[in-house]
Design a protein around this ligand. Structure first.
Ligand code: RB5
Length: 147
């Protein structure tokens, strides 16, 4: 499975930690984030992750900025993306099971390395339940289609 990972300047170290962790679990990582600590703009990287997932270059995406908010907002502007900011594993798991999230976002200034790994693991191990949740996920797409 291919995971696209994107980040701004605030999250270079955490991006590397998470990328190594993903590789250690057997995932293929596509690095779409910056590797520089010079100030840059999170929308660029949120969009890159969103497009990689929406276009099928990656199966899922992980987006990291200072809080996870800005980069998730950018990813969510790409049609078909359901990006969720998760600062703990429970929400990460439920975002997959109920919301079929396809981009996980979190903040490098919010969570530490070990908590971030737990969030990622919980998210990747969870499966979308479909069923009653599909109607609601379809409603999200309808909002998008109405523009
Ligand atoms: C950058 O300083 C910071 O604003 C950005 O990483 C992010 O937290 C925005 O939502």
């Amino acid at each position: 499975m291919k995971i696209a990972i994107g980040n701004d300047h605030s999250a270079v170290d955490l991006k590397n930690t998470i990328a190594d962790y993903l590789v250690s679990m057997g995932y293929e990582v596509i690095n779409l984030g910056t590797d520089s600590r010079e100030s840059c703009d999170y929308p660029v990287y949120g969009e890159k992750v969103g497009r990689a997932v929406a276009e099928g270059t990656a199966d899922l995406g992980i987006a990291i900025c200072g809080t996870g908010v800005g980069i998730s907002l950018a990813a969510n502007k790409v049609k078909g993306i359901r990006a969720c900011v998760c600062s703990e594993p429970y929400t990460a798991r439920l975002s997959r099971m109920h919301n079929n999230s396809n981009v996980l976002a979190f903040g490098a200034r919010v969570v530490g390395d070990e908590l971030a790994k737990m969030i990622v693991k919980e998210w990747l191990d969870a499966e979308y339940e479909g069923g009653r949740h599909q109607r609601r996920v379809d409603m999200l797409a309808e909002i998008e289609n109405r523009g």
